[in-house]
Design a protein around this ligand. Structure first.
Ligand code: NAD
Ligand code: GLY
Length: 380
């Protein structure tokens, strides 16, 4: 297993929770991963100094508060925390400044103090909004992330990117605000729609291609990586640990995305085109990333950076996860306009993260529009 994964001694007495640490100059934080973690939330937070009498605002949505809200409350109350709950509507369209206002109203009503805590219980939408509300309330409250989608478990909940959307684009309003802890309970994936699970698998495959060939091979060895049941509990636990360790390592090396963290955008540059031109909501983020990875791989083959055989392995694994692999044949000008509007464009140049081997990537910003279009046309 990756270097930073260790068994948590306290947790080990009850069940094998694993802990990955995100090492940062201003103090690191743990990512606890394991079945049953939700019911151990209170004791885990007490270990972090969240003791009796502190206030906690749990932010969630009905899809998650329904099945898991009561267990979370009970666990937090078992260690004497004073629990308040806010249930927002579900969906990406809720990820707006208005929802931040609602969270701030709830924080005010709950009389949160500097010593209080916000806790995000949900997918990436709840996590991003709660993180941003915490970053901006009383000039910065602590936040604990409790992700309940695969995508949030392996990506969104880790690394401190928080924010909401602006009519001009996704995640344009935001702040870096690292969580105080991340608690991942794979059991919560039991209620996640399978399409959402598969979207999360795209980010999992991403970690394999950018730096963890053993993870990639582990997924290839699975008879059915397209669902939680198909993957199996043991492999899922390993996948969650490996992804958390991969993200922790990149974030520790480059917390504010000055350079290295950009590798996490593998599949996202061309994925952004798919997401935008299909109309947000029609294609899930992970589905767009899946197509974006196939497209980036094809571009890389075209440039002679990686082998057609590895590209085929990537395509096969993505398809085995029930994810799309074909470029949706957008009009060329629209695709180029969209590429140039991406947040990741620097000095007007589109930066592509391209595989250069299974487990390694390079960043290139010198690829002509004509070459990109030529490759995309072949993928339609
Ligand atoms: P999401 O939060 O919208 O969740 C997907 C759907 O699943 C929602 O309807 C949600 O209510 C439901 N759901 C969540 N957990 C469930 C569960 N256990 N059981 C049943 N239903 C459940 O989507 P997501 O894919 O988790 O996150 C996407 C968001 O994350 C986007 O806004 C994206 O910008 C953001 N994101 C952030 C980062 C980051 O670094 N901060 C990284 C990647 C993505
Ligand atoms: N999801 C990309 C990042 O956290 O940098």
């Amino acid at each position: 297993m990756p270097r930073s994964v260790s068994a948590s001694p306290t947790a080990a007495a009850i069940a094998p929770l694993q802990t990955v640490t995100v090492d940062l100059p201003a103090g690191g934080y743990p990512i606890h991963i394991g079945s049953g973690a939700l019911s151990r939330l209170g004791p885990l937070l007490r270990e972090r100094g969240w003791t009796e009498g502190r206030r906690v605002l749990v932010v969630s949505n009905p899809d998650v508060a329904g099945p898991y809200g009561a267990a979370v409350r009970a666990s937090l109350e078992s260690v004497g925390l004073l629990v308040h709950q806010l249930v927002l509507e579900a969906g990406e369209e809720q990820k707006t400044p208005r929802s931040i206002g609602l969270i701030h109203d709830a924080a005010f009503a709950a009389r949160l103090e500097r010593s209080s805590l916000m806790l995000a219980l949900g997918g990436g939408v709840v996590g991003d909004m709660t993180g941003f509300a915490a970053a901006t309330w009383l000039r910065g409250l602590a936040v604990v992330q409790v992700p309940t989608t695969l995508l949030a478990m392996v990506d969104a909940a880790i690394g401190g990117k928080t924010g909401v959307n602006h009519p001009g684009g996704k995640n344009l309003i935001g702040a870096f605000h690292q969580p105080d802890a991340v608690v991942v309970d794979p059991d919560t994936l039991a209620t996640l729609p399978v399409r959402e699970f598969r979207a999360g698998m795209a980010e999992v495959i991403k970690y394999g291609v950018i730096g963890d060939p053993a993870l990639f091979e582990n997924l290839e060895a699975s008879e059915d990586p397209s669902s939680r049941e198909g993957l199996g509990a043991e492999r899922l636990q390993e996948v969650l640990q490996r992804c958390a360790a991969a993200k922790a390592e990149v974030v520790a090396a480059d917390e504010r995305e000055a350079g290295r963290r950009a590798v996490l955008n593998y599949g996202h540059t061309l994925g952004h085109v798919v997401e935008t031109l299909s109309g947000y909501g029609r294609v899930l983020h992970g589905e767009a990333v899946a197509i974006g990875m196939v497209a980036a791989g094809a571009l890389s083959v075209e440039l002679g950076l990686w082998s057609p055989a590895d590209q085929e392995r990537q395509r096969r694994l993505i398809a085995a996860c029930g994810l799309p692999v074909r470029w949706p044949g957008f009009e060329a000008e629209a695709a180029l306009r969209c590429l140039r509007s991406d947040k990741k464009v620097r000095d007007g140049r589109v930066r592509f993260v391209l595989p250069s081997g299974l487990g390694s990537v390079v960043i290139r910003d010198d690829i002509s529009d004509a070459r990109v279009l030529q490759v995309l046309e072949r993928l339609v």
